[in-house]
Design a protein around this ligand. Structure first.
Ligand SMILES: C[S@@+](CC[C@H](N)C(=O)[O-])C[C@H]1O[C@@H](n2cnc3c(N)ncnc32)[C@H](O)[C@@H]1O
Length: 239
């Protein structure tokens, strides 16, 4: 799939940004969430409803943590691919896989809006904190649904904006003030100013559910965690 010139320019900026922050990415996640991000990925992996021997794609895999969660569920007889378009993120994911001796998981380059996989290839497809960065969200969700086998599940873990005080007030202060400061300390203020902006631009949970519906998925639902900061959507490709 080829995007417009603007979409490709945006994707190039996003890729460059993730290449630059790859080295501090895991540390920043732990600092920003007090370590809770691991638990959110576990919850997302649970919603993929995978079993031993299944196949799964984790798109926008970054440094690999959600792919590792999937591989724990599919076991050594399963097949998990972590795919990302940032080579620096993939390098880190591969180093972590080697250090953990993670069996059944492979990391490879792929653009989520034009995946190099056949239709109906995977029992589940997941994306953790990734779809918010897609230049063409609607096209990207359609592409993720395309590679799901009938009956397979798409799971999307994302940051969302709490709507009611006091959490909405705390979220505003934390994301608009503290996160860019933490990013500056880590040497990447721009990337961690982009983060809250990208969350504000992203559709609310019911909007993402509609996009999944338009991608032809059914049994769409979502849970909201951490007082409304995190949403996990899931939908099933019709049989
Ligand atoms: C915020 S990180 C999330 C990483 C990981 N999924 C996690 O749970 O921490 C977003 C990742 O999506 C990747 N990404 C963004 N747009 C992409 C695209 N169009 N195709 C593939 N990867 C993409 C970035 O390179 C980055 O590694």
């Amino acid at each position: 799939m080829t995007g417009t010139v603007q979409e490709e320019a945006f994707a190039g900026q996003i890729r460059g940004m993730f290449d630059r922050i790859a080295g501090v990415y895991d540390l920043m996640n732990s600092a920003m969430t007090a370590g809770l991000h691991h638990r959110w990925r576990e919850r997302a992996a649970d919603r993929a409803e995978l079993g031993a021997g299944d196949s799964a794609l984790d798109a926008c895999c970054g440094t690999g943590d959600l792919a590792f969660e999937l591989a724990r569920r599919t076991g050594p007889s399963g097949r998990v691919i972590g795919a990302d378009f940032s080579e620096r993120m993939l390098d880190l994911a591969r180093s972590k896989a080697a250090a953990r001796g993670a069996a059944g998981v492979r990391f490879e380059w792929a653009d989520a809006v034009g995946l190099p996989y056949d239709d109906e290839s995977f029992d589940a497809v997941t994306v953790g904190f990734g779809v918010r960065n897609l230049a063409d969200l609607e096209g990207g969700v359609g592409e993720l649904a395309r590679v799901l086998r009938p009956g397979g599940r798409l799971v999307i873990l994302e940051i969302t904006q709490p709507r009611r005080p006091p959490l909405s007030t705390f979220f505003g202060l934390w994301f608009d003030r503290v996160v860019p400061l933490l990013g500056a300390v880590a040497g990447n203020r721009d990337a961690y100013t982009y983060l809250p902006e990208s969350v504000k631009r992203f559709p609310p949970p019911e909007g993402l559910a509609l996009i999944m519906d338009r991608a032809g998925l059914e049994r769409i639902g979502y849970i909201v965690l951490a007082g409304g900061i995190i949403a996990i959507h899931s939908g099933v490709r019709p049989s």
